[in-house]
Design a protein around this ligand. Structure first.
Ligand SMILES: Nc1ncnc2c1ncn2[C@@H]1O[C@H](COP(=O)(O)OP(=O)(O)OP(=O)(O)O)[C@@H](O)[C@H]1O
Ligand SMILES: [Mg+2]
Length: 244
């Protein structure tokens, strides 16, 4: 949990830091798309391109925010799992269609928002990416999901699907300073992952939860909210890790 909130808000903050950012919404739920203020429009997603029609470059759309562009999603992406499964090399489709976008030199950072399940779309994102950024909710089962992710990453390495994939970092989110549980979980995760865990912890705030219904990232919705400050700090930490 916290993937889309992190993808949207981190993208927006990276853009305000002067980076040219592309947010690629790969989740049929299209929450990142609406989160930056775009309507779900039939035919606007990467669906057709994934099946071999047209170029992903033509799917890129501007947002209301300088430096932030998006490849939107819509519900048609639901069907892509089944369609892709029938084609050869289907694990590399996202990487293939992204390649002209990367080559174009138009973006400093491409952020992919993944669906909830570890299906073909998510595996495609893992196969295409340089790194994975994992948001972890401050709940007691946080570490369970991570052991599965570790296994998948090891598999991607061992099978040669993406031998260079790295864990950029783990960001603890929905932190509630009033509960012992939150502090305990952060402690445990830090013990486990050491400096892979970002210093910045994202607080649980109502403003972060309501901002998407206005189609705005938190820094454009309520820039004095603690969630906005946290995502700004996280963006700086992320840049330190991916640009050096
Ligand atoms: N720091 C936070 N404070 C308060 N609410 C939050 C915070 N982060 C996320 N939420 C809320 O929790 C819910 C789930 O978050 P989000 O959509 O980011 O998760 P997700 O991992 O993308 O979920 P899915 O797997 O369904 O795509 C949303 O309603 C979101 O607004
Ligand atoms: Mg999501």
């Amino acid at each position: 949990m916290g993937k889309t909130t992190t993808a949207v808000n981190l993208s927006a903050c990276l853009a305000t830091l002067g980076r040219r950012v592309l947010l690629f919404d790969l989740d049929p739920q299209a929450n990142a798309t609406s989160g930056v203020g775009l309507e779900k429009v039939e035919g606007a997603s990467a669906y057709r391109v994934l099946l071999g029609e047209g170029s992903l470059l033509d799917k890129i759309q501007p947002t209301a925010y300088d430096g932030l562009q998006i490849i939107p999603s819509e519900v048609d992406l639901c069907g892509v799992d089944i369609e892709l499964a029938r084609s050869e090399n289907h694990i590399h489709r996202v990487g293939q269609i992204l390649s002209p976008v990367i080559q174009s030199g138009r973006f400093d950072v491409v952020l992919i928002d993944c669906p909830p399940s570890l299906g073909i779309l998510t595996l495609n994102a893992f196969a295409a990416a340089h790194g994975v950024l994992v948001p972890l909710q401050c709940e007691y089962y946080a570490l369970e999901g991570i052991s599965m992710l570790n296994r998948v990453m090891a598999q991607l390495h061992d099978t040669g699907v993406n031998p260079h994939l790295e864990l950029i970092g783990v960001v603890m989110t929905m932190f509630d300073g009033r509960t012992r549980l939150s502090q305990q979980v952060v402690g445990e995760v830090r013990e486990h992952f050491g400096n892979k865990v970002f210093e910045t912890v994202i607080p649980r705030t109502t403003r972060l939860a309501e901002a998407p219904s206005f189609g705005k990232p938190i820094i454009h919705y309520d820039k004095y909210n603690s969630g906005a400050a946290a995502y700004e700090l996280l963006a700086q930490e992320v840049l330190l890790r991916i640009e050096t």
